[in-house]
Design a protein. Structure first.
Ligand code: MSP
Length: 513
């Protein structure tokens, strides 16, 4: 059986999840749902990145003391609490992950130690002196030439000046091997525009990298030298291995590795497409099959930031609009892979036009007509296939991780259904007593609605379940997806149930203007 091992970035716990983080996690959930329904065996990993300096700074800030004054136990208590917030958020948002990894878990620590031992054995770690800048916002060493007026261009803060002895990883040694791998595996980095960016970076800028910092009160002790802590990215990237048993469960690791897809945002592509594969090459571990970087979105045209006060909490949005509506909006509005914008006014517009008056209306009308004209019993469904090549195009979009395309294809069926109703006007057929034709049309509408519901499963799972339950198909998950995709007689003779209001009108939400 084919397997699909998919990961999200693991998130820093120095703050609560916002809509950008939820976007990555929803995307992974949609992709994983598609693969799961396709009958593949799936492992979906997400979690929290806890050994970062920014987390210990956030703990200190919360306690109202300096980082130097906080104890390891205090930082641990803080990350315990915050990690639980993240996990609870994904649970509330219906994310069906298989494992939520925390990088402070003993199993992760063991795996990181084993990994560093393998890299050391390869002769790829040496002691040197690092002189330069460290931005805690990036959790990265910043080349002098990248500073703008002495500040990190992303975080607009003056980085820490560092001059210290630490351990280096021979990253530059892997330049040619990385370039060759990328050339031989064009699918490794997607979208393509990002691949070109990374190739140029590897070719022109790859240099050895410091992978330890002096141990303060936080981080994983460097194996054999506890006065140093492992540089956070060197430990965090390893979560993709330790999350499936590296260092603790060889059988599980053999079952899942290599990862089929690392889903990330474009901000962390260098770490995933240069440092990470080089680390794996050094340790003698096969590389992940694919890294897909999606874009970033702004909020009403502005960068999301605490100081602007425009940070969108995904749980609040889900409460206001409904979880399905939120997920639907994100993948309708933003091309997956490109940048975009999130605006509540647009969300409200799409909600009204495409959910309330689109899917909601079509489903309600279809079911109401069957209940009215055939006492709720689904008539015979003819052979005329009204979904055409929709499933083939949909599968192709998913294969390319083009989530917005897949969803756009799914929504096409609303138009097909609405047109059929307008052309045939079932109420007039009923009035004229054209029963055969009326039954044929009603059967076709029900079958269209069934396909429509299935196609929406990765995006609006609760809506899919509600529609399929009304169609008497509540056991749909126990059927083979390939079988469900056939145009056919599944619902014939079923007695339709009342459909709860799928997308009630929104009250008190902003309207553009
Ligand atoms: N801890 C690292 C990742 C380590 S993975 C081994 C990290 N964490 S993070 O909490 O800062 O999350 C970054 C990720 O959040 C981005 O890569 C992206 O997936 C998501 N996003 C954060 N802001 C976003 C937007 N404004 N828009 C879209 N995605 C956003 O980096």
């Amino acid at each position: 059986m084919a397997k699909f091992y998919c990961t999200t970035p693991i998130y820093y716990v120095n703050d609560r999840p916002h809509i950008g983080h939820a976007y990555s996690t929803f995307a992974a959930d949609a992709l994983v749902t598609w693969h799961r329904l396709s009958g593949e065996s799936v492992f979906f990993l997400t979690g929290t990145d806890e050994n970062a300096q920014k987390n210990s700074e956030a703990a200190a800030k919360r306690l109202g003391v300096t980082p130097a004054e906080t104890s390891r136990a205090q930082v641990q208590a803080y990350v315990d609490e915050m990690s639980a917030v993240w996990q609870r958020t994904w649970d509330t948002l219906g994310i069906r992950y298989d494992r939520f990894i925390r990088t402070t878990e003993p199993a992760h620590l063991r795996g990181v130690e084993q990994f560093i031992a393998a890299v050391q054995e390869r002769g790829d770690i040496y002691k040197g002196t690092y002189r330069g800048w460290y931005c805690v916002g990036c959790e990265a060493f910043v080349p002098e030439g990248d500073l703008v007026e002495g500040k990190c261009a992303t975080h607009l803060r003056v980085p820490e000046r560092i001059e210290e002895e630490n351990y280096f990883f021979r990253l530059a040694k892997y330049r040619d091997a990385l370039l060759a791998h990328i050339e031989q595996h064009p699918e490794f980095i997607q979208p393509e525009s990002r691949r070109n960016e990374i190739v140029a970076y590897i070719r022109d800028h790859l240099a050895d990298i410091s992978i330890s910092r002096p141990m303060r009160n936080w981080g994983i002790p460097f194996p054999g030298d506890p006065a140093q802590a492992v540089y956070v990215w060197f430990d965090a990237l390893g979560n993709y291995l330790t999350g499936v048993g590296y260092g603790t469960d060889a059988a599980q690791f053999a079952q899942w590795w290599p990862a089929d897809l690392h889903l990330i945002g474009k901000d962390i592509i260098k770490f995933h497409c240069a440092l990470w594969p080089a680390m794996l090459l050094s340790a003698g571990i096969p590389l992940p099959r694919r890294v897909f970087a999606h874009g970033f979105f702004t909020i009403d045209g502005q960068k999301m930031s605490k100081s602007l006060g425009n940070v969108v909490d995904p749980v609040v949005s889900a409460q206001r609009y409904g979880l399905d509506a939120l997920r639907f909006f994100l993948f309708r509005e933003i091309s997956f892979g490109g940048d975009g914008d999130f605006s509540e006014a647009r969300l409200a517009e799409r909600y009204a036009a495409e959910l309330q008056h689109g899917i909601g209306n079509f489903a309600a009308r279809t079911i109401a007509m069957v209940r009215k004209y055939t006492d709720g019993r689904v008539p015979a469904i003819g052979d005329r296939n009204l979904v055409g090549d929709v499933w083939a195009r949909y599968a192709d979009a998913f294969d390319r991780a083009q989530l917005h395309e897949a969803l756009a294809i799914a929504t096409e069926l609303v138009r097909v259904g609405d047109q059929l109703i307008e052309q045939e006007r079932p109420w007039e057929l009923a009035k004229r007593g054209e029963t055969d034709r009326l039954h044929r049309v009603l059967g076709e509408l029900v079958e269209l609605l069934r396909h429509l519901a299935l196609l929406h499963a990765p995006f609006t799972p609760a809506t899919t379940d509600r529609i399929l339950t009304a169609l008497g198909q509540e056991d749909w998950r126990s059927h083979a997806w390939t079988e469900l995709q056939q145009w056919g007689r599944r619902t014939e003779g079923a007695v339709l149930r009342e459909l709860p209001h799928l997308f009630p009108p929104l009250e008190g939400v902003p309207v553009r203007g």
